[in-house]
Design a protein around this ligand. Structure first.
Ligand code: WTA
Length: 636
């Protein structure tokens, strides 16, 4: 594909072209794809409603761009290499032709179960090739997939099923993670206990653990596929038809369903995949994310496969059977591009160099980072010990809502700086604004990050509630998309992401809304009120700190310690283990302003262990509470 930028001059040229003549720029890129019918207009948009349409009236199916377009040249090339949790189990390679046949067959299964274009299908699965097959089969028939990370609880799953009125769940019996066998189907069963819109459940056999199959509703994957044709004609989709919904946390309320559409998402993820990772034919590319997150969607499945690349999928965890697993897999498959999260790097760094030096990492050419700011120490460790000083690190900044990477170095092209995402990709027009919304022009400025021009893979709406999309992203700074992130543009014009400026905590690269965690804590019968903040955590980036007011008198047995444990368990049950607070402090009150608003700034300071600069607390309704917080946190 002729989409690749090869020099800094080339980048500058392409960037300027993308700003000066965006329609021409994107039309030329989109010409590299297979459209059943081309567009009438490249982009139509306004950020007031908001309404964003790319490649208007074009017709396509993204899976035809993965399969039909590539099969003549790529049929026997590996599309997916799957590495299982247990290194003693054989890995699986699926060529483009094999994957094509499996996708077509499963697409026919979906149709046989009554799934039609536009229907929503929930995928709740571990990291197995069938998760990708399920996604692509949905795309093939025009169904809208919504993957729910298999670590979420049954109630989180039930909420998502209910929100998008899904007709089907695709799941597995269980999930292998390290030494553990985790039930998956049982969680689905619990989620479906109450009346729901789900008509069918398809269950992949993976762990062979006992599960209950409900007659008339549940079918085994292998039985459903028996005798089903491997030929399937792809549904014709409009460029702006929905491709998928992915739920993500924000600062208020329940997670919202971010909607991505077919045409723009395809063009942007493939274009950025090829440029950011400098993928060359024959390379083995590995992204360690889970398909349950946007990174798995855009940079394990769609971007790489539309590009005809070989994409690795890994079922396990970085520390099983030992902390050298990532590096063993890199050596085993001669991985060329490796894309992971700072959390994983920091966790592995703690095990020292023995697990690293044992393995031959000489195949690596490009290293990537995503999900949270990468601290300088982790950056240097990654660069020196994994990349042996010769692999550029692409620190890629983006979001579920942006669909693809927006700010990132191009490897070997953009000079990198530790902890900087560096420069916007072509087509991306970042703006830094102050709290009043005034644009801060020039270099050496710091403020909130907005984007002022649409890019093809941006969020179109939040499912079932367009107004929520408008108020969340397009109303804070009218005429711009607001990212929720703070940013600095340094003296060289390089961007450094500073983290969230809203009530979102980024735990190990996973977004959690403070309100969402508080709502879960408040479900505990003894809890009266709670406030949750993030605090710096050595490995996870941010940890969750919960301040809880509880009615201890209502319990005869609980000590504060026991209560804290129960609260953690409650959150795990309601959202999932990833949302578990790291610290719970039982308090008699929360610092509030005279209008009753919780002063989170004080809570954050105490959680950080920094009480040197609490600011003026005299305006509080209850200034005396601050001393109690400090004393109880052991800071007095
Ligand atoms: C953060 C993940 C710093 C950021 C793709 C963003 C980052 C949120 C980076 C989105 C990075 C992501 N440097 N921060 N390279 N990448 N973030 O939706 O705060 O799970 O808003 O998408 O992660 O998280 P999400």
């Amino acid at each position: 594909m002729a989409l690749k930028i090869n020099s800094l001059g080339g980048y500058i040229h392409e960037y300027q072209k993308s700003v000066n003549t965006p329609e021409k720029f994107w039309a030329e890129i989109a010409d590299n794809f297979y459209w059943r019918k081309k567009w009438d207009k490249v982009v139509e948009w306004n950020f007031e409603e908001p309404r964003v349409e790319w490649f208007k009236n074009a017709k396509l199916n993204i899976t035809e761009n993965i399969f039909e377009r590539n099969l003549f040249t790529h049929a026997d090339k590996p599309a997916i290499i799957w590495e299982p949790n247990d290194p003693n189990e054989a890995h699986i390679t699926l060529t483009y032709k094999e994957l094509y046949e499996k996708v077509c067959q499963f697409a026919n299964v979906l149709k046989g179960k009554g799934i039609e274009k536009g229907d929503r299908v929930i995928i709740y699965m571990p990291m197995v090739p069938e998760a990708a097959i399920a996604m692509l089969a949905c795309a093939r028939v025009g169904a809208v997939h919504s993957i729910v990370f298999a670590g979420f609880s049954s109630s989180a799953l039930a909420d998502r099923i209910e929100d998008c009125k899904a007709k089907m769940v695709i799941t597995s019996d269980g999930n292998f993670r390290g030494t553990k066998k985790i039930p998956v189907k049982a969680v689905v069963d619990e989620a479906l206990e109450a009346k729901s819109s789900i008509e069918n459940v398809i269950v992949l056999q993976r762990t062979k653990q006992d599960v209950t199959m409900t007659a008339g509703r549940d079918t085994w994957w292998h039985e459903a596929c028996e005798g089903v044709s491997t030929e399937n004609k792809a549904e014709e989709m409009d460029s702006e038809d929905m491709l998928f919904i992915l739920y993500t946390s924000g600062s208020t309320g329940k997670p919202k369903g971010v909607v991505h559409t077919c045409g723009g998402y395809m063009v942007y993820t493939a274009y950025t995949f090829q440029n950011v990772f400098h993928y060359n034919p024959g390379d083995i590319y590995w992204c360690t994310a889970d398909v349950g997150w946007i990174t798995g969607h855009s940079y394990i499945v769609y971007g790489p496969l539309v590009s005809g690349a070989t994409s690795m999928m890994f079922e396990g965890v970085p520390t099983f059977p030992d902390a050298g697993r990532f590096w063993e897999v890199v050596a085993k498959h001669k991985v060329n591009q490796f894309y992971t999260a700072p959390t994983a790097i920091r966790a592995l760094q703690a095990y020292g160099l023995d697990p690293v030096t044992k393995h031959d990492l000489s195949s690596l050419k490009v290293l990537g980072s995503v999900g949270e700011p990468i601290n300088e120490e982790a950056w240097h460790w990654y660069h020196t010990h994994i990349g042996k000083g010769k692999c550029p690190i692409v620190d890629t900044w983006w979001q579920t809502e942006t669909g693809g990477i927006l700010i990132s170095p191009l490897p070997g092209i953009t000079p990198t700086k530790p902890s900087y995402a560096t420069l916007p990709l072509p087509g991306v027009q970042p703006v830094i604004v102050d709290s009043e919304g005034k644009e801060l022009k020039g270099n050496s400025v710091e403020g909130n990050l907005c984007i002022k021009f649409p890019w093809p893979s941006m969020i179109r709406t939040t499912y079932g509630d367009h107004e929520r999309c408008r108020t969340t992203y397009f109303s804070t700074y009218p005429g711009m998309y607001f990212t929720g992130d703070g940013v600095k543009r340094d003296e060289d014009g390089y961007y450094r992401i500073l983290g969230r400026v809203d009530d979102v905590i980024n735990v190990s690269g996973h977004r959690m809304g403070t309100a969402e965690v508080e709502n879960a804590i408040n479900e505990h019968p003894l809890v009266i009120e709670s406030a949750v903040v993030g605090y710096p955590h050595d490995i996870k980036g941010q940890g969750i700190y919960a301040y809880v007011i509880a009615d201890m008198s209502a319990s005869e047995t609980d000590t504060e310690e026991e209560l804290a444990k129960e609260i953690i368990l409650t959150v795990s049950k309601i959202i999932g283990p990833i949302a578990k607070p790291d610290k719970v402090q039982i308090v008699s009150g929360l610092p509030k302003t005279r209008s009753g608003k919780i002063m989170r700034r004080i809570l954050r300071k105490v959680a950080e262990g920094d009480i040197s600069n609490l600011g003026d607390t005299s305006t509080l309704l209850n200034p005396e509470i601050v001393d109690e917080l400090i004393a109880k946190a052991g800071l007095a």
